[in-house]
Design a protein around this ligand. Structure first.
Ligand SMILES: Cc1ncc(COP(=O)(O)O)c(C=O)c1O
Length: 474
């Protein structure tokens, strides 16, 4: 009887072509299950036609390599191509996670050293590089559930989340089995401490907080908040997606955070677009180290190796070692910039956002009139058309629409009305920033002269918007 190829190890195919339906190895006949009988109906094209087709498609997509991409909260910064090349070195790329650990010492060394660097940058004691992206890091960091189970405080079932939080925070908390309570923001854009106090009850496991927040503002009361959380026996969780504003300036660990995750793809190299790939290392203070997902990289003074999971480890978040190529890029980014360079990145990210905030305030003033951090939140209610339509017209001038916040936007607070969140990042030059300001002003002038025309933009792309009804014009 013929056996299915699925019963035979991959390497046993011998001389047979992989396209043969039936073939024989070591005297046993195999057949490939599910192989199509008729040829695939692919178009008959020359190489040059295929190349032109795909080149044309790449022209239709837009990224930081094409022009400004000031997408608030998503940090589309230019990342050095050199890091891609380094991550593609054969010694990094041609390894198999299943090969013996002693043949991968270099890999474990990179990961071990990256863990140490992240400890230093964030002020934490231990890191796991396992999670695949920010949201995955949040889910891992919410091992907080297990921590309280082990402590026999199972009634701590609530995670507090700021109303300005990124949507992944309440989503991750819910996935981890918690209930969420939302804490409001006050008129100055920081957390309402009265609301926080009134929600701090024995059932609270942790507060998840982003600092700077997704409103682009530094949480100035952070040490008081940490004191309140810890006095309640709860933990303070840091969503480090906005670390790009803080490197070398202030550390979450020193602010009182117990658990952190970061988005390497927003801060430490790796182009972040189209949903990935990324990495979301999760870091902890010493007393939580035993809960980290594994394997983590270890060093015994002679050798680098994957450590055996600690007592309460939540296990793996990813197969293999996580997104290793992304981790290599983060490692290279940190080494090439060094401590002073990383600080300069953050300082320039903050400077650039404030430059834009100042340059645009005549037409779109900030929602909170104070210095912003790496992104600025501008009041879209004052535009004479919807912020959505305004943003779409920017496309015609090769400025990617910024993030729209509030009404009609799915993952930020509705209480803000309509707002525009702009994050220029440190990689834009002064000339780029001046161009962004002048494009906004040009569109503003267009609105004054012919709002209907702007409403129906963009005009330069293959696909345009369904024409808006004239009531869209305010
Ligand atoms: C503040 C914040 N938290 C979490 C995330 C989620 O990160 P990821 O998209 O890598 O899952 C983001 C993503 O932009 C973010 O801005």
């Amino acid at each position: 009887m013929k056996q299915s190829i699925l019963d035979k190890p991959h390497s046993g195919r011998g001389q047979n072509s992989v396209f043969d339906r039936e073939f024989c190895v070591d005297g046993i006949e195999f057949e490939l299950p599910g192989l199509r009988e008729d040829p695939l109906g692919l178009p008959d094209l020359t190489e040059v036609e295929v190349v032109r087709h795909f080149t044309e498609l790449t022209r239709e997509s837009y990224g930081v390599d094409n022009g400004s991409y000031p997408l608030g909260s998503c940090t589309m910064k230019y990342n050095p191509k050199r890091n891609d090349k380094l991550a593609a070195l054969p010694g990094f790329q041609r390894v198999h996670p299943g090969q013996p650990a002693e043949t991968m010492r270099g890999i474990w060394r990179v990961m071990y050293e990256l863990q140490l660097m992240l400890n230093e940058i964030l002020g934490m004691d231990a890191f796991s590089l396992q999670p695949a992206a920010g949201a995955n890091g949040e889910l891992a960091g919410l091992f907080i559930k297990k921590y309280f189970d082990v402590k026999k405080e199972k009634d701590r079932k609530v995670i507090l989340v700021a109303d300005s939080a990124h949507g992944t925070n309440p989503a991750s908390a819910t996935m981890a089995g918690f209930d969420c309570r939302i804490i409001s923001t006050n008129e100055s854009g920081t957390m309402d401490l009265e609301d926080l106090r009134s929600n701090l009850r024995p059932d609270v496991a942790a507060l998840m907080l982003t600092n700077p927040s997704t409103l682009g503002l530094f949480e100035t009361n952070i040490t008081e908040i940490a004191g309140l959380i810890h006095a309640n026996g709860s933990l303070l969780y840091y969503d480090g997606a906005n670390l790009n504003a803080l490197m070398g300036i202030v550390r979450p660990g020193d602010m009182g955070f117990d658990v952190v995750h970061i988005n390497t793809h927003k801060t430490l190299s790796t182009p972040h677009s189209g949903g990935g790939p990324g990495a979301g290392p999760v870091g902890v203070k010493k007393f939580l180290q035993a809960y980290l997902p594994g394997p983590v990289a270890d060093y015994d003074g002679e050798d680098y190796f994957p450590s055996v999971d600690k007592e309460f480890s939540i296990g793996r978040m990813k197969s293999g070692f996580g997104h290793f190529d992304v981790l290599v890029k983060a490692y290279c980014y940190i080494l090439t910039n060094g401590p002073d360079g990383l600080k300069e990145c953050s300082e320039n990210a903050v400077l650039n956002a404030n430059y834009l905030q100042a340059g645009l305030r005549d037409i779109i003033p900030p929602v909170f009139d104070r210095l912003c951090m790496h992104e600025c939140l501008l009041n879209g209610d004052l535009l004479r058309i919807s912020a959505y339509s305004f943003a779409k017209r920017l496309i015609d001038y090769k400025v990617h629409p910024p993030t729209l916040v509030g009404a009609g936007c799915v993952y930020f607070s509705d209480d803000l009305g309509s707002a525009i969140l702009i994050e220029p990042t440190e990689t834009e030059t002064k000339a780029d920033l001046d161009r962004i300001v002048s494009v906004f002003k040009m569109v503003w002038d267009e609105v004054l002269h012919d709002a209907e025309f702007v409403n129906n933009a963009p005009y330069s792309r293959e696909i345009s918007k369904v024409p808006m009804a004239s009531k869209e014009v305010i």
